[in-house]
Each structure stands twice: as C-alpha cells, then as structure tokens.
Design a protein around this ligand. Structure first.
Ligand SMILES: [Zn+2]
Ligand SMILES: [Zn+2]
Length: 158
C-alpha cells in the first residue's frame, strides 16, 4: 500500500526529475523550526531511504547543495534545484547514510501516511495530529528503530 518503489517526483520547475528504486525506511512529519523555515510552511515531511534508492532521470548534474548543521551538531547537506529552489533531499556528508527525501516533491503524495510526528513542541497550534494512529514526540525521538517498525507494519510487512 505505502510502497515507495517506482514512485516519481521532481522539483517545481521540472528541471530535476527522479524515480525511487526501492522501499523507504520510514516517513515522519517534523514540526521543528528548521523544517518550518525550510519548507516555508508548517512542517516538513521526511521520507527516509537508502541513498541508492533515488535515481535522477533528469537534471542530476544541475543539483546544488547547501550545508548547515543539524540539532545534533552534524553536517546536514541539503540538495535542491538551482532554478526554482525546490528542496529535493537532505543527507549528511557521509555517502553511505540514509537520506531524507522531501516527500512533497513526489508527483503522487496521496499514499503518504506519516507514522510519527516529531518536534511537536514547536508545532503550529492549529495543526491537528492523528494521535491515535501516529507516534508523537515533543522533541527528537530517542529510538528511531521504533518508527521504522511502525512503517513496516503500515506497509504490510512484518
Ligand atoms: Zn526546479
Ligand atoms: Zn525538522
């Protein structure tokens, strides 16, 4: 049901196009102030997956990156389209780590169901959270393995 494999996406101007070639590890919504600033909106949606599971079918050479520091003090490398500014994914400076695809860049977003809401401490007060069906955290979750487990469960795995 919530299979990421084969889904397509891209930036707002169409210069960057990608296809997902494998399954996601989890999807969550983050209400931290950084995500609000980055998305120019109320929260960010992070579809976590192995870096190898995104294939750029257009504009790969045009992608630009911008480095900042995450809450944990580590480098957060943000990849975006230089023409229209759409953020495509966030990663670290280490090639072998999972990346966080900015899930609003997918062509079809109807299948997306976050398993968790994090940093609710700074959520905009009008945002309604489905607390019965989502794990909720005021800050950063201590154990992300639990989120991955919830995602597998929701996707029909074990
Ligand atoms: Zn673009
Ligand atoms: Zn955030």
């Amino acid at each position: 049901m919530s299979s990421a494999n084969g889904k397509t996406g891209g930036c707002q101007c169409g210069n960057i196009r990608y296809q997902l070639t494998g399954e996601a590890v989890m999807l969550y919504a983050c209400h931290c102030l950084d995500c609000q600033k980055q998305s120019s909106s109320a929260f960010g949606m992070s579809l976590i997956m192995p870096r190898d599971n995104i294939e750029f079918v257009r504009g790969a050479a045009d992608l630009k990156t911008w480095d900042t520091k995450g809450g944990d003090g580590r480098i957060k490398r943000c990849t975006f389209c230089p023409e229209c500014g759409t953020r495509i994914y966030h990663g670290s400076d280490r090639e072998n780590e999972n990346i966080s695809i900015k899930a609003g860049s997918l062509d079809d977003t109807r299948w997306l169901r976050p398993v968790a809401h994090i940093w609710l401490k700074s959520a905009q007060p009008w945002v309604e959270i489905d607390r019965e069906n989502c794990a909720c955290f005021d800050r950063e979750p201590e154990d992300r393995a639990e989120l991955a487990r919830l995602w597998r469960q929701q996707s029909g795995g074990s």
